[in-house]
Write a protein that binds this ligand. Structure first.
Ligand code: COA
Length: 258
C-alpha cells in the first residue's frame, strides 16, 4: 500500500498521508512521494485545489518518523531537514491553492506540513504542536520560520520552546487554523471552501497566491511593485476578459482550465 494516496474529485485533488499504524509519521520515502505528487498536481491544469490530510481518525501527521531521526548524524540531520524543507517549499510555491485538513494530531513535521499550506482547517479534538525540543532537536521543516510569520513571535516561541501542543480551538484563537469542524464534518467543510476557491479564475488564483507568498519576503514598496506587475499580467489574460464579460452579462464565468 502506498504511503501517499492521490484522489481526484473533479477539480479537487486530495493527498492522503497513509501510514495510519505510525500515525502518518513522515519517513523519507513518504516525503519524496508527497513531493512528487505535489509537483505533478501543481503542473496539472485540471487541478483547482490541493487538499492534504491524514489516513485514519487519530492523526493528520504525528511528525517526522522518529525512527529515521534517531539514527541521524550531523550531515544526515542536515540532509533530512533539507529534504523536508523542499517538500514544504514546493507546497508554498505551488500555483494551486492548498488546504490542510487537520483530522487529528499535527505534531512536528505534521504541523510544518500544515503550515506550508495556504489554509488550515482542523477537527475539534485535534492537537497541534512542535514537540521537537522534547526530543533534543528543533523544528527542521520550516516550523521556526513559518510559525512566527503566521501567529507572531510570542505565540510561536511558546509552542516552539515548551514543545506542548495546543487544542484546535486554541489554534483557531491564535490564527493558526482558519476554522474548526467536528471530525465527521471536516472534509465536507473543507470541500465547501475548496469549491468556493475553484469557482474563481484559476490564473487569478495563481497570481494572487504568488503576490501574497512572494510579497511576504519583501519590503512594502517591493511587494506593491510585485503586485502591480502581476496585476498587469492578469490584465493580459483571456480569463480577465471572460470574468468581466460574465459580470456585465449577468452570468457565471466559464473558466478555461486546459
Ligand atoms: N515517528 C515514528 N513513529 C511514530 C511517530 C513518529 N513521529 N508518532 C507515532 N508513532 C508510532 C508509535 O511509535 C506507535 O508505533 P508502534 O505501534 O509500532 O509502537 C504508533 O505510531 C502509535 O503511536 P502511540 O504513541 O502508540 O499512540 P498514542 O495515542 O499513545 O500517542 C502521540 C500519540 C501522537 C502523542 C505519540 O505517538 C507521540 O508523541 N508521537 C510523537 C510525536 C512527536 O514527537 N513528533 C515530532 C517528531 S520530530
Amino acid at each position: 500500500m502506498s504511503s501517499v494516496l492521490v484522489a481526484r474529485e473533479g477539480h479537487l485533488a486530495v493527498l492522503t498521508v497513509n501510514r495510519p499504524d505510525k500515525l502518518n509519521a513522515l519517513d523519507n520515502d513518504t516525503i519524496r512521494a508527497l513531493h512528487r505528487a505535489v509537483d505533478e498536481l501543481s503542473a496539472d491544469a485540471g487541478v483547482g485545489v490541493i487538499v492534504l490530510t491524514g489516513a485514519g481518525e487519530k492523526a493528520f501527521v504525528a511528525g517526522a518518523d522518529i525512527s529515521v531521526l534517531a539514527k541521524q548524524g550531523v550531515l544526515e540531520g542536515r540532509a533530512n531537514s533539507v529534504l523536508g524543507q523542499r517538500l514544504m517549499q514546493a507546497l508554498e510555491d505551488s500555483p494551486k491553492p492548498t488546504i490542510a485538513a487537520v483530522n487529528g494530531f499535527a505534531l512536528g513535521g505534521g504541523l510544518e506540513l500544515a503550515l506550508a499550506c495556504d489554509l488550515r482547517f482542523a477537527a475539534a479534538g485535534a492537537k497541534l504542536g512542535l514537540p521537537e525540543v522534547s526530543l533534543g532537536i528543533l523544528p527542521g521543516y520550516g516550523g521556526t520560520q513559518r510559525l512566527p510569520r503566521l501567529v507572531g513571535m510570542g505565540m510561536a516561541l511558546q509552542l516552539i520552546l515548551t514543545g506542548d501542543p495546543i487544542p484546535a480551538e486554541e489554534a483557531l484563537r491564535i490564527g493558526l487554523v482558519n476554522g474548526v469542524f467536528p471530525l465527521a464534518e471536516l472534509m465536507e467543510g473543507v470541500r465547501k471552501v475548496a469549491a468556493r476557491i475553484v469557482s474563481r479564475g484559476p490564473t487569478a488564483l495563481a497570481l494572487a497566491k504568488e503576490a501574497a507568498r512572494r510579497g511576504a519576503a519583501l519590503g512594502l514598496a517591493e511587494g506593491l511593485a510585485l503586485e502591480s506587475d502581476l496585476f498587469g499580467l492578469a490584465s493580459s489574460t483571456a480569463e480577465m476578459k471572460e470574468g468581466m464579460q460574465a459580470f456585465l452579462e449577468k452570468r457565471k464565468p466559464g473558466w478555461l482550465r486546459t
